[in-house]
Design a protein around this ligand. Structure first.
Ligand code: GLN
Ligand code: ZN
Length: 765
């Protein structure tokens, strides 16, 4: 029979229970035992949901209090000494690595945390020493969790991150030079031991994730798979299901052929790359099983049963029913817990969605349809077909006016009227800015009062007019503070914005919002992405009122502030029925209107933030990546090119390695670019010089993630460093990013030092 399986389940619980428990524990309001008990309760609940859904193969060890990669770091004793030397309780040592520890005379920052592939989930980077050793923790977590499930009557398939991915996703610690993959030989015995212990505990099959297989891999990493899996697939150990996701593995078939001869099953992502199916089947050994990832682990749409069943049937025809598993494409970590919590979604739209708990039911239904024939699940198939049909033909999905406007987009609409030099000459006159102009990135501290007022508005405890007055007062305050600070280009401070994407989504047609659809971003932090359901358009201006008001009370140029099309797209759940480039273009048209309206309202500096442009970059270089950059750049240009030469377009990027996509950054043709820079040395800027970047840049002069106030001298040193790479007339002086997470006290102090440093340089030049 065709079995069903889930690769991993979200950890937070229905009401973000894990977030609440973790934060209570960190605040000293929940005991260690109570936190552990809450973890156990959540695991039990999640296993039961999957069991009740009819899933045959249920994962364990997918749960983590903070991050699953961090679980492995601790379990292998790959704990840098700065954490291990304090003799902390293992749970506190774990959190110290995840989020830093500043208590009882101990002061250590966290390990580095970076984005998990192209998702918005962040993992803790294994941070390794030149003389690194590994040792398996006693009673390791995968064994504990397996036994815990067994006791609850559920035989699970433990999930491990594979040794090659664990190392390849890691890095050498500060001051160390070890190439992580060279530690493989030392690490493998720990995996062997762990697999033995799992087997002894009763685990017949173990899922090992090697997601790095979707990357273009350096030879050394590629070659590591063979020795690794020769060791890990011996007859006395459990059977291994090797999982890849978020891309295809066709380009790494040489690894599959050489290294995976003895694995039990291979999992591939057929949502992202359905076209790899045939070739993957051809590369399986005579007894190997295919785990077919046909239910999307990255999005919230109902699976199209007809299409998914066709894919699975194709595999079954070649392999037979016993050699095919129906699975989620990846872990469901990236999807919200359950649709059942949504009480305010329009019924029509709700019927199109499937969150983690619903996806568990989906894999079971698809498996049953293929095993027993469609008649066994006729009702479900019919309901699904009806839902697909309704969505495809819904007035919410299709807006002919939007499509018509898209069909009329011309090449010229992407370009400013004149080249940069001409524009700049006009902007200089129009804005009369000094050399080394100072500005900020948009948001000022989002105080308790601001959040409170917003909550009151949502709960109807204050009227819209009262709220508007409150926002006006906030804007007055930040304008006054900027007067006092003597900044050159002002911002209105974004007090009215809950979130830089949600705020725009709420003002655009084509979006819907959830109340509980939280997804873990890192640790206890969750995000609730808005959902793009249909063609996007702007019914009315979105930011003009606030910006216009701010400009009216300010004596210096006021910068309008928008979130760019790619960031709106990437930080939402996108549609899966039209290409993302189409959605980006619709967002771009809506933003273009906003930009033009801002200009008409007297806003002559407009910043369009694109911090998510980099993370959308396809995981492999080549055609797909170039293609993405081309439509991403086009949508940015389409959104910004509708203004006069004298209007200055800014864009902002959070931390990015610009080398990978410099030509795209240059192609944006933004007059001014502000970038997060303060934590990297000025070398980040080298590419701008090497490539003769002609326009203006504001590399952040101080870190905004910490309350620390940089001294004037420190900022001068940064400027000096930047001037090694940039011409004085190119340089803007600004912080790394928005200041919304900061307090006012440090904000004012830091900006005072920043402005003084800029003035000192102005006098020098
Ligand atoms: N304008 C936004 C702010 O200042 C930019 C935030 C970001 O880049 N993440 O908050
Ligand atoms: Zn930023």
């Amino acid at each position: 029979m065709v079995q069903s399986s889930i690769l991993g389940f979200p950890r937070m619980g229905r009401l973000r229970d894990l977030k609440k428990a973790n934060e209570a524990y960190w605040a000293g309001k929940l005991s260690r035992d109570d936190l552990l008990a809450e973890g156990k309760r959540l695991r039990g609940e999640h296993w039961k949901i999957q069991k009740d859904a009819g899933v045959d193969i249920i994962p364990s060890n997918d749960f983590a209090f903070y991050d699953h990669v961090l679980d492995h770091i601790q379990m292998f004793n790959a704990i840098p000494e700065r954490y291990s030397k304090h003799g902390l309780d293992p749970l506190d040592e774990y959190f110290a690595m995840g989020r830093g520890h500043q208590r009882d005379g101990i002061d250590v920052p966290s390990l580095e945390m970076v984005k998990w592939f192209d998702s918005n989930y962040h993992y803790v980077k294994p941070t390794l020493q030149d003389n690194q050793t590994f040792k398996l923790a006693s009673n390791p977590k995968p064994v504990r969790d397996f036994l815990e499930a067994k006791e609850a009557g559920i035989t699970t398939r433990p999930v491990l991150l594979g040794p090659v991915s664990f190392l390849a996703l890691g890095k050498a610690d500060r001051g160390q030079s070890v190439e992580p993959i060279t530690l493989l030989e030392k690490l493998l015995p720990v995996y062997e031991q762990l697999l033995q212990e799992l087997k002894k505990a009763g685990a017949e099959t173990v899922q090992i994730d090697e997601p790095v297989l979707v990357f273009d891999l350096p030879a050394q990493v590629k070659e590591a798979f063979k020795p690794a899996y020769e060791k890990l697939t011996n007859a006395s150990g459990p059977q291994i299901v090797l999982a890849t996701y978020f891309g295809d593995i066709v380009h790494n078939f040489d690894v599959v052929d050489a290294a995976f001869k003895n694995i039990h099953a291979l999992h591939v992502d057929l949502v992202r790359n359905p076209e790899q199916l045939q070739q993957v089947i051809d590369h399986l050994g005579p007894k190997q099983i295919l785990s077919a990832g046909v239910v999307d682990g990255r999005n919230i749409w109902k699976t199209n049963f007809k299409k998914a069943i066709e894919v699975v049937e194709t595999a079954v025809q070649k392999l037979g029913k016993d050699r095919v598993i129906v699975a989620s494409s990846s872990s469901l970590l990236h999807t919200p817990h359950t649709l059942a919590s949504e009480k305010t979604l329009p019924e029509e739209v709700k019927d199109w969605f499937s969150f983690a708990s619903q996806k568990a039911v989906e894999v079971a239904i698809i498996a049953k349809a293929v095993t027993e024939g469609p008649a066994a699940v006729r009702e479900q198939l019919e309901a699904n077909a009806k839902s697909m049909q309704a969505r495809a033909s819904s007035a919410r999905t299709n807006d002919s006016k939007v499509k018509e406007r898209q069909s009329k987009i011309t090449a010229e609409m992407h370009n400013r009227q004149s080249p940069f030099d001409t524009r700049y000459a006009q902007q200089k006159e129009h804005l009369s800015l000094p050399i080394f102009p100072t500005t900020t990135i948009g948001s000022f501290p989002q105080t308790k009062e601001i959040r409170l007022a917003r909550n009151k508005l949502v709960k109807n405890e204050i009227t819209a007019e009262e709220y508007e007055k409150f926002i006006e007062k906030e804007i007055q305050d930040v304008v006054k503070i900027q007067d006092e600070l003597n900044l050159d280009v002002y911002v209105h401070g974004e007090p009215e914005r809950n979130d830089m994407v949600q705020y725009f989504g709420e003002r655009l047609d084509g979006y819907v919002f959830t109340t509980h659809a939280w997804v873990q971003s890192y640790g206890s932090r969750c995000v609730r992405p808005p959902i793009i359901v249909g063609d996007i358009s702007r019914p009315a201006p979105m930011t003009v009122k606030e910006s216009k008001y701010a400009a009216s009370i300010s004596k210096k140029p006021m910068k309008g502030m928008l979130t760019g099309p790619i960031t709106c797209l990437r930080w939402s759940f996108p549609r899966d029925d039209v290409h993302q480039s189409v959605q980006a273009q619709q967002l771009a048209l809506a933003l273009r209107d906003e930009v033009v309206d801002l200009e008409a309202a007297g806003i002559y500096v407009i910043q369009v933030d694109e911090p998510a442009l980099r993370e959308g970059l396809p995981l492999r270089s080549g055609k797909e990546r170039e293609n993405y950059l081309s439509w991403a750049v086009d949508s940015f240009k389409l959104s910004t090119a509708g203004v006069k030469d004298s209007t200055q377009i800014h864009s902002h990027f959070c931390y990015s390695e610009f080398q990978d996509f410099f030509h795209a950054i240059a192609a944006l043709d933004a007059d001014v670019l502000s970038i997060e820079n303060s934590k990297s040395d000025a070398k980040l800027l080298k590419v701008f010089i090497d490539e003769d970047y002609p326009r203006h840049i504001g590399p952040g002069v101080y870190d905004i993630h910490s309350p620390r106030v940089p001294s004037e001298q420190e900022i001068k040193d940064r400027i000096e460093e930047m001037l090694q790479y940039l011409k004085p007339e190119q340089l803007w002086i600004n912080p790394d990013c928005g200041l919304k997470t900061r307090q006012w006290k440090e904000t004012k102090e830091a900006l005072t030092n920043m402005v003084n440093a800029a003035i000192a340089y102005r006098e020098k030049h």
